[in-house]
Write a protein that binds this ligand. Structure first.
Ligand code: ADP
Ligand code: ASP
Ligand code: MG
Length: 818
């Protein structure tokens, strides 16, 4: 005999129901078959809602009608397939069941509450009707059917809603010999009977367990769980698309995986099969030829995988019992856990602590209040005397577990598990290792559980690191960045780095895709996008899609976008930007940003704010971190002014040099934006703040290249027309400097706490003497770099170098770098 169990999705509509029937029939023709059926998909949820809502006197009609409709659709489909199918008889049966349910609902409504015994009889009607429909189907096809009544045959102990089957006693009741060999056997899942013969349930998702119990009672050759996936995967394939199918698992592994949340089989399924050594197969109803997964007693199958899977068990609460008197109290742990067990509360996980000062453990969240009250009663005396502190509960947690037989011998898995969580910035509330060493669990906030599973899967099953870029601003630098990302994708893939651009946004529109956008024709795609730019949508996108390593990249120069960084960091993004606005607005915002980054362990990177691609900020931060101190700074921080002053030295007039710089595209469209010195002042402010000076923009003394008020009110062209008026004066200054062997440079300097941006004459010994032609140079005179300053020098402008600097920052968000 073979037992085949079909889950809800395998019975959801006539087509699937027929497919399940065909599979039972095929098995029956090979070897006698017993079909265990669940309720068609959604039915149990509707039934659960019916009694709950009735007890609250809420409307129930929609659940009622939808449930009836699902059954009607199935029987109509079965009748259409074979006219012998007893449509009228099964419809009458469905109507009768639902009439009974309606009656019970009226009673519940009147009482204002629902007893568990009554709830149990309602919740399992779906299974009962599945069997009635399947029986009618096989009879219509000429098969003799034996229906096993689980209430009568499966003896279970526990509560009305969650009981466990007594296999030995049930096996005696299921008299295999009395079942004719040619009969096809059917039994409703999810249901059993208690000592009094009352109907009880085996817990949600319990039909798998029913099948295993029946298989054990019948001493079946196999227990096949037919579902909607190809077998057991390394983690839920719906969460992680590159989850791997496991051809084989040991009983222990399957137990541990399901215990810790792998929904593909009910946690108690394996128990009855171990005792009788019956193999369990997980198969896909929609893809019956796929080999599926085999679960049996072989713990050494040559699979090569030390870790078999990663699971998440949600809706967990963690208790912490502690207090100054704990150390001396004998038998504390025993008292805590026997209190739980007496109250019928299963403790999912206990975290070990080598000190005896506290005990932490997890229970299902729905039992947390009950658990607290029994603990408070048990320890009333100790709590009152202060020997115990008030019991601490943390709610909304999940347990993420890594499971595998091979972990007993493998080293370093725990380290990889925890570093994967760290990389995804997930804080770990507690850690536990199963005593069998087959599992390691981390308790994490529930809203991070899916990220945790994804990140751990990536960390353990592939060396791949991923970055998800959310790019705002696709002009010069942003556009160049996209091209660089496209170009480097293959190179980075070789280093196991996957870089996806999940969002592109300009002022008007945005494109979003959690799996990464196709960048081949991004300009057109963005132009034709229909979604308007909406930062609320963009910033909340990562929570919705559980993105593991999102980076918000701002390539605009907008103040409004820079104002979003604190929020982005709090939402879980790293922030990377060449935009100087955030770092140069108020010092309060500057600090708030850093605090937000620190709190969430996210990175805020802005290397390109000063000197474009030159590694200024990182070097400076490294020096300061190593204990160095900046005594004096001098730098040429503007590419356009570096060019213009170089040309003055070569003999061009100020107006000629400016025009040339403009023609070459070195200046802003209006060269006054460069000549005003404001941009250099911003960069200087960023450097000054980096060295620890709490300055505001107004604290920077700025001497523009142009005399104050020189072209006020003029258009750009008018300004360019009058610029030659300054040529003579500048020429004089250049000549005067030259006489002293000096050249003019536009220099930003920090001296103590004094920051100044001005034209300075420097001699040939000065580090900035030779810096021209658009180059930037930064001279840091520090405690370590003295008397010769540390000099950083190179092109400090241009879209490509800036984009490359932004790209490097994006890669720096990866834990451990590249
Ligand atoms: P059924 O209705 O057939 O009982 P379930 O929905 O209870 O089906 O269980 C199957 C589902 O279990 C799959 O669709 C999948 O999303 C989920 N699942 C969770 N973890 C795993 C895993 N490790 N391997 C396979 N499926 C898993
Ligand atoms: N139908 C029940 C449920 O949805 C039992 C099962 O599907 O296994 O929980
Ligand atoms: Mg199931």
């Amino acid at each position: 005999m073979r037992v085949l169990k079909f889950g809800g999705t395998s019975l959801a509509n006539p087509e699937r129901f027929l497919q399940a029937a065909r599979l039972i029939e095929k098995a029956h023709l090979e070897e006698q078959a017993a079909g265990v059926l669940s309720a068609p998909a959604k039915i149990t949820n509707h039934l659960v809602a019916l009694s709950e809502k009735a007890s609250l006197n809420q409307p129930t009609d929609c659940h009622f009608d939808e449930a009836v409709n699902i059954f009607y659709t199935i029987i109509k489909g079965l009748h259409a397939e074979n006219n012998n199918f007893d449509l009228a008889g099964t419809q009458a049966l469905i109507d009768r069941e639902f009439a009974q349910i309606a009656e019970l609902l009226e009673q519940i409504r009147a009482a204002g509450k629902v007893e568990d015994a009554v709830k149990a009889t309602i919740d399992c009607r779906g299974e009962k009707l599945s069997i009635a429909m399947m029986k009618a189907w096989f009879e219509a096809n000429g098969y003799a059917v034996t229906v096993i009544d689980p209430v009568e045959k499966l003896l279970a102990h526990g509560t009305y809603l969650e009981s466990s089957v007594d296999i030995a006693e049930s096996a005696k009741r299921v008299d295999v010999a009395s079942i004719p060999k040619r009969n096809l056997v059917l039994m409703a899942g999810f249901t059993a009977g208690n000592e009094k013969g009352e109907l009880v349930l085996l817990g949600r998702n319990g039909s798998d367990y029913s099948a295993a119990c029946l298989a054990a009672c019948l001493k079946a050759s196999a227990c096949e769980i037919w579902t909607d996936v190809d077998g057991v995967f390394t983690c839920d394939p719906r969460l992680v698309p590159d989850a791997r199918l496991l051809p084989h698992l040991s009983y222990r592994e399957a137990m541990e995986l399901s215990y810790f949340g792998a929904k593909v089989i009910h946690p108690r399924t394996i128990g009855p099969l171990v005792q009788t050594n019956i193999p369990c197969l997980i198969k896909n109803t929609g893809n019956p030829d796929a080999p599926g997964s085999v679960i049996d007693s072989d713990e050494n199958a040559a699979e090569g995988l030390q870790v078999k899977g990663i699971t998440n068990l949600d809706n967990v609460a963690m208790f912490n019992v502690s207090g100054p008197g704990m150390q001396g109290m004998v038998g504390m742990a025993a008292r805590v856990f026997s209190t739980m067990s007496k109250a019928g509360i299963s403790v999912i996980l206990i975290t070990q602590s080598s000190s005896e000062y506290s005990i932490s453990f997890c229970v299902p969240a729905k039992l947390a209040d009950h658990a607290l009250s029994v603990l408070n009663t048990e320890f009333a005396r100790e709590l009152q005397s202060g020997a115990l502190d008030p019991v601490d509960i943390i709610k909304d947690l999940s347990i993420v577990s890594v499971v595998g037989d091979g972990m007993r011998t493998a080293k370093g898995i725990a380290a990889r598990f925890f570093s994967s969580l760290a990389q995804a910035n997930i804080s770990i509330v507690a850690i536990a290792q199963g005593s069998s060493e087959r599992s390691i669990s981390a308790v994490v906030p529930m809203n991070k559980a899916i990220e945790a599973v994804k990140a751990t899967h990536q960390g353990l099953f592939s060396n791949k690191k991923s970055i998800d870029v959310f790019l705002v601003g696709v002009g010069g630098v942003g556009g160049a960045l996209i091209e660089q990302i496209k170009q480097q994708k293959a190179f980075l893939a070789k280093k196991d780095i996957e870089i996806r651009v999940c969002a592109l946004a300009n002022v008007n529109k945005m494109l979003l895709n959690e799996n990464g956008l196709d960048l081949d024709d991004w300009k057109n795609d963005l132009q034709n996008a229909i979604q308007p730019s909406d930062f609320d949508v963009l910033l909340s996108f990562i929570k919705l899609h559980h993105v593991v390593n999102p980076v918000f990249v701002d390539c605009t120069s907008a103040q409004s976008v820079s104002n979003l960084y604190v929020r982005a960091l709090r939402e879980g993004f790293h922030v990377v930007t060449p935009n100087k606005k955030a770092n140069t607005s108020s010092y309060a915002y500057y600090q708030e940003l850093r605090e937000a980054a620190r709190q969430g362990s996210h990175k805020f990177l802005y290397e390109t704010n000063v000197g474009a691609g030159l590694p200024v900020i990182e070097n400076l931060q490294n020096l300061l971190a190593a204990g160095d101190e900046v005594e004096k700074f001098e730098g040429i921080l503007s590419g356009s002014l570096s060019f213009i002053f170089g040309k003055l030295e070569e003999g061009l007039t100020l107006s000629q040099a400016t025009l040339l710089a403009k023609e070459k595209g070195f200046t802003e469209p209006d060269p006054r934006d460069d000549l005003s010195g404001a941009d250099v002042a911003r960069k200087l402010l960023i450097l000054a703040r980096e060295t620890g000076l709490p300055l505001e923009f107004e604290d920077i003394e700025v001497e523009g290249v142009l005399p104050r008020g020189f072209s006020d009110g003029m258009s750009r062209d008018e300004f360019l027309a009058v610029l030659p008026d300054l040529d003579a004066e500048f020429d004089q200054r250049v000549q005067a400097a030259k006489k002293e062997g000096k050249v003019l440079r536009y220099v930003g300097s920090i001296n103590g706490s004094k920051c100044r941006v001005a034209i300075e004459a420097v001699d040939e010994n000065h580090p900035l003497y030779k810096v021209k032609d658009g180059e930037n140079a930064l001279a840091f005179l520090t405690r370590y770099y003295s008397p010769i300053p540390l000099l950083l020098r190179g092109y400090g402008a241009g879209t490509d170098v800036t984009a490359a600097g932004v790209f490097a920052d994006i890669l720096r968000t990866l834990h451990g770098g590249i």
